[in-house]
Design a binder for this molecule. Structure first.
Ligand code: TRP
Length: 461
């Protein structure tokens, strides 16, 4: 028997799923994380590897996640339990769901801190302190914020309250509406930023930097750069932790998974590239370093807003929309856990959301303290914020992705995926199956193993 609805509610229309999944995918990952990570690894070559990962690993895995979610119609843990028992496979596969919950906690805890920076910048942009600002001053304003644990805590708390509020109300109400208007608005503003950067900044330099790959740029850090490009693809597409799986579980039976996936992944990639094109012209025109790290957009965009006419208003609007983009992403990080608490422990949505939110909030405090009071506390050479970011994007999400790929390609019956994807037994289905069975698991495993030096140890790297 196929279950055709979820107890947690359903997307009201097909468009609602696209909006929600895009809302999950497009967020700080595109506008904050993509530019600074690309900058850390020298630009073009990183971007090229990133795009290749989206096309050959990201898209097939996104289709697989949506497919599994829609077949299971529950939280990722219980979806896996159902699919595993239907196929007579080992219960070990539920680990996938548990790993996803862990990733969700870790990601959301630092994500909320960065979203807090964004919230703080809404008010900075409005106050006029960016007027005619230079790079040094922009850096000082940013450092001033990150060195103050109390302010960081206040913004982190406000953001987590916002997330819990929406998750507590349920996916269909609120979330759908927010995405429908705010995502197009963000997209429009980003376009305006690119146009501004094109005439005020070093646009040619930025184009070359981002789109003329030169592998010498990796400067002996190729293993790490490729790992980070792959990790960025997982992070940006919201893959490998069950967020897209649970969104798929609210998707109507007749919707085309392949088409939806291509639209969502396409928009996500476009937004990331536009963010790069808005930021790097300003970076180069002002003599800033592309590899200045997580503060990159907070140190460059204020310069643009400070110079352009109406920059105060425009900057405020931009950061407001970025907060919304972060909000619609953060929701999807909490949803798998909340759905599980409701299903298994019989919690109300409200109680589940508050409990999940509190846990994340506590973890987030460790992240924000790692920027100041706990700057000396290092685990594997990193502070908590960097550590959570690195471990989730570059290890847990790809690992989750491999498991999803192997399960969908090797354990789930061919007839089941054929039936669920509803794309006919033609070229596209066969291509998907090839990518999900061989390309994605092998490529991800090689990158992961290579990064931990295993291949070197056994003499292959
Ligand atoms: N993709 C989001 C962004 O780019 C972040 C995000 C939301 C995410 N849900 C996720 C990342 C699930 C990994 C897994 O901002």
């Amino acid at each position: 028997m196929t279950v055709t609805t979820s107890i947690h509610g359903m997307w009201s229309t097909r468009l609602a799923f696209i909006l929600a999944a895009t809302g999950s995918a497009v967020g700080l990952g595109n506008i904050w994380r993509f530019p600074y990570t690309a900058g850390e690894y020298g630009g073009g070559a990183f971007v090229l590897v990133y795009l290749a990962c989206v096309a050959t690993i990201g898209i097939p895995i996104m289709m697989a996640e949506i497919m599994l979610g829609r077949r299971g119609r529950q939280s990722p843990i219980n979806t896996m339990r159902t699919l595993v028992s239907q196929g007579g496979h080992s219960p070990v596969w539920q680990l996938l769901g548990w790993m996803g919950i862990l990733s969700g906690f870790l990601i959301l805890s630092f994500y909320s801190v960065i979203a807090g920076w964004t919230l703080a910048y809404v008010f900075r942009a409005g106050s006029g302190i960016f007027d005619a600002i230079d790079a040094t001053r922009a850096g000082a304003i940013f450092a001033d914020l990150t060195s103050d644990p109390e302010r960081l805590l206040a913004w982190h708390t406000i953001f987590m309250v916002l997330v819990v509020l929406v998750v507590a109300r349920g996916v269909a109400s609120g979330l759908e509406k927010a995405v429908r208007y705010l995502m197009p608005a963000l997209f429009f503003l980003l376009l305006v930023m690119v146009l501004y950067a094109a005439q005020a900044g070093d646009f040619g330099g930025a184009m070359t930097y981002l789109f003329a790959p030169d592998f010498a740029e990796f400067q002996g850090k190729a293993d790490e750069a490729i790992l980070s490009a792959m990790g960025q693809a997982f992070f940006s597409l919201s893959l490998g932790m069950g967020a897209i799986m649970i969104y798929g579980s609210y998707l109507k039976q007749e919707a085309s998974i392949a088409r939806n996936t291509v639209i969502v992944a396409g928009m996500d990639t476009l937004v990331a590239l536009l963010a790069g094109l808005a930021i790097f012209p300003i970076v180069f025109a002002n003599g800033l370093a592309p590899d200045s790290g997580p503060g990159l957009i907070f140190q460059t965009l204020p310069i643009a807003f400070g110079e352009m006419p109406g920059g105060g208003l425009f900057g405020t609007l931009f950061f407001v929309l970025l907060v919304f983009a972060a909000w619609t992403s953060a929701i999807s990080l909490l949803e798998p856990l909340v759905a599980w608490l409701v299903e298994n422990l019989g919690f109300s949505r409200v109680r589940a959301s508050v409990l999940g939110g509190l846990t994340v909030w506590l973890l987030g405090i460790a992240c924000l303290l790692s920027l100041n009071l706990w700057a000396d506390v290092r685990v594997f050479g990193k502070g908590f914020l960097d550590l959570f970011d690195f471990v989730t994007a570059n290890v847990l999400l790809p690992l989750g992705g491999v498991l999803i790929a192997v399960f969908s390609g090797w354990l789930l019956a061919r007839s089941s995926s054929l039936d669920e994807l509803r794309m006919g037994d033609g070229l596209s289905y066969r291509l998907w199956r090839l990518l999900i069975r061989f390309v994605a698991p092998v490529a991800v495993s090689i990158v992961l193993l290579n990064a931990i030096g295993v291949l070197k140890l056994i003499g292959l790297g």
